[in-house]
Design a protein around this ligand. Structure first.
Ligand SMILES: [Fe+2]
Length: 486
């Protein structure tokens, strides 16, 4: 398949070269260290594989077609495979040899004529992967999941959970948004195996839809919450106690502007910073609490749990502004201002009885793409890992791998001026008990060699255990997962 090659000039943005090759089970050469013999399983990562299509640049970081990479560890070597998700839109555009679909953040070339009244956007299938109920799926928060073969990465189908994700609110709603969205950040409860997710649905009313999927893969709409205004949320928290917590940032959608094609849908979002952010808590019994906190936007939560006294703790990476599409476009063009406005590790304390939300900084670090030990999700915990930088850092990029002790606020980090790390996936060592007795698996781009390496690191110290070279440079992507079984 001929996928257009596209290179950019700015050093860090070279990490975003379009992927043109799809490999079948290539053994990766080991450049440094040694692979642990007891590290066996498969790492999957999803992310946008291209940043332009037939000469047309995407304006937004989230618009490129999803490409899944697969790294199979057998204790001695790592086999690599990658595939674009064969979405309907991807196949149509490949066949046509041009961009056919308007994206969330990118209008089609050709102005109003090509974009007006075109409100069905490309399903990019590029954000995350999940394995649950016998299915592995590539997720994108604006539409249906795509089922993927976990061995070959072949795309099986666009999956609606046996019709559960068909919009049946009304005929008009089904015309406005036929596919109920299924966010890219579902959470699987460690005791029950139930998968929880949400979708924000535009239509005759603004609705927040909450889903439950049982361990066998049978889905249901658990709650439909009607909202007064449009809101936006990318991630949420499910505690071990069964509380679901969403932070809903007040945004307004300039519908005429988007409908007429004057700007992309993402660029038609307007933010009202004078309004508070809504903190929605859904108790295990379904009771809904609506609280507020100072205006903020949290792309990703680190973790959340309930204290013994009933208080809910939510740790997130907090922005005090909304990252509007112009910022995304500037980032893709290599234009990042060093204004100290990255996402801060922040702890929110939710007192339901007192209807109060307070917050405080957790560490003197900015961060993104946070991960915790898989057994600590929804429970009290000590460590978070992610990409980021200390506040004193010289470069305006989250170019360090960071580890934060959330009980003390202390952090350690590693990196240099020529490399960029991906989200680190935490893989506990077999038989381990300490929370940081684990490996971190992440990708590392080096702008000197324009190469991408797979790193196995010690989660306690962040030191490299093994470094392997990919056969091509791939973008660092968004989210991945580890499956311990081969
Ligand atoms: Fe995300």
């Amino acid at each position: 398949m001929a996928i257009q090659h596209y290179k950019v000039l700015h050093d860090y943005v070279q990490a975003n070269e379009t992927v043109v090759d799809e490999y079948d089970d290539v053994v990766l050469p080991l450049l440094e260290g040694a692979l642990p013999a007891d590290l066996t399983g498969v790492l999957y990562r999803n992310g946008n594989g291209r940043f332009a299509h037939q000469g047309v640049w995407y304006d937004h970081l989230f618009d490129g077609d999803g490409m899944i990479s697969r790294f199979e560890f057998d204790g001695q070597r790592v086999c690599y495979r990658n595939r674009y998700v064969r979405t309907r839109e991807f196949l149509e555009e490949e066949k046509a040899g041009r961009m056919l679909h308007r994206s969330f953040g990118t209008n089609l070339p050709g102005g109003l004529l090509k974009n007006a009244f075109r409100m069905q956007f490309k399903n990019a299938a590029n954000t995350s992967v999940v394995s649950h109920g016998g299915h592995m799926m590539a997720l994108w928060e604006g539409g249906w999941p795509h089922r993927i073969d976990p061995a070959t990465l072949d795309t099986i189908d666009r999956y609606d959970y046996d019709g559960v994700l068909k919009n049946q609110f009304s005929w008009l709603d089904s015309q406005i948004m036929p596919e109920l969205p299924f966010s890219a950040h579902p959470k699987i409860h460690s005791d029950t195996g139930v998968l929880y997710n949400f979708g924000t649905v535009a239509g005759t009313k603004q609705r927040l839809v909450l889903y439950k999927v049982d361990p066998a893969g049978k889905a249901m709409i658990d709650q439909v919450i009607e909202m007064d205004d449009m809101t936006f949320s990318h991630d949420f928290v499910v505690t071990q106690s069964g509380h679901r917590i969403l932070f809903l940032t007040p945004v307004a959608f300039d519908m005429p502007r988007a409908l007429l094609g004057l700007t992309s849908p993402a660029a038609s979002i307007r933010v009202d910073r004078d309004k508070p952010t809504l903190v929605l808590v859904i108790d295990p019994d379904g009771t809904i609490h609506r609280l507020t906190t100072d205006f903020c936007f949290v792309f990703h939560f680190v973790n959340g749990y309930q204290e013994r006294d009933g208080t809910l703790i939510v740790d997130g990476l907090m922005l005090d502004y909304f990252p509007e599409s112009e910022l995304m476009k500037a980032y893709l063009n290599g234009d990042v201002a060093d204004d100290g406005t990255g996402a801060r590790f922040t702890r929110y304390v939710i007192d339901l009885a007192g209807k109060r939300v307070t917050h405080k900084p957790l560490a003197d670090y900015e961060g993104e793409l946070p991960e915790v030990h898989p057994d600590r999700v929804g429970k009290s915990y000590q460590y978070a890992w992610g990409i980021g930088r200390p506040l004193s850092h010289s470069r305006p990029l989250a170019d360090q791998l960071v580890k934060i002790d959330v009980t003390t606020g202390q952090g350690i980090h590693t990196g240099d001026d020529h490399t960029l790390p991906s989200e680190p996936i935490v893989v506990p060592r077999p038989g381990s008990t300490a929370e940081d007795d684990a490996w971190l698996l992440y990708l590392l781009f080096d702008d000197r060699t324009r190469t991408t390496d797979l790193i196995v690191a010690d989660a306690a110290t962040l030191t490299t255990t093994a470094r392997l070279r990919l056969p091509h440079n791939i973008p660092l992507g968004f989210h991945g997962m580890w499956l311990p079984q081969l």
